[in-house]
Design a protein. Structure first.
Length: 163
């Protein structure tokens, strides 16, 4: 029996939701007791319900509206933006002190940035398109090496013609 090429699309090679850290979520959950205190003089039951709804709502909103970084089908998606990997140069992963400098002192102000506090790693990706006024993309990630490898892998797949 011979296995043929099936019509399945290229699977996602990298996906990460840049959700807030546990401590940020705990801090956001404090909004619930504060809302309960506002309604406490009116009615105790109402204050408990309002506190629970506000606390849970804020935490769910923080997680649901967190940006997603994804490399799929030869395209890099970073939050609301996307770009074909053929237009990207060699990604540069950084963590620790190098990431701090990449987010601050060494960043070009014209760069497109998706930065999140509490996430240490950063990948800087120069653009190979000379007509684009944006020199690079700077993206926060918890796994900079994996994101860089996924971009490189998609670039290689784009450069090799299908047989």
């Amino acid at each position: 029996m011979q296995m043929g090429r099936c019509g399945i699309r290229d699977a996602t090679s990298y996906r990460e939701r840049l959700s807030p850290s546990l401590w940020a979520l705990v801090g956001a959950a404090v909004c619930g007791p504060m809302a309960a205190l506002v309604f406490a003089p009116v009615d105790r039951t109402l204050s408990l319900v309002a506190g629970a709804v506000v606390g849970i709502g804020v935490v769910v909103a923080l997680v649901a509206f967190s940006p997603v970084v994804e490399v799929r089908d030869g395209v890099l998606y970073a939050g609301p933006a996307h770009i074909d990997v053929a237009l990207l140069g060699e990604p540069v992963p950084a963590s620790g002190e190098q990431a701090r400098l990449a987010r601050g002192a060494h960043v070009d102000r014209r760069s497109w940035m998706l930065l999140r506090g509490g996430i240490d790693g950063v990948v800087t990706i120069p653009l190979a398109d000379p007509d684009d006024p944006t020199p690079s993309w700077v993206i926060s990630t918890r796994t900079p090496d994996r994101l860089s490898a996924a971009i490189r892998r998609q670039q290689v797949r784009r450069s090799i013609p299908y047989r």
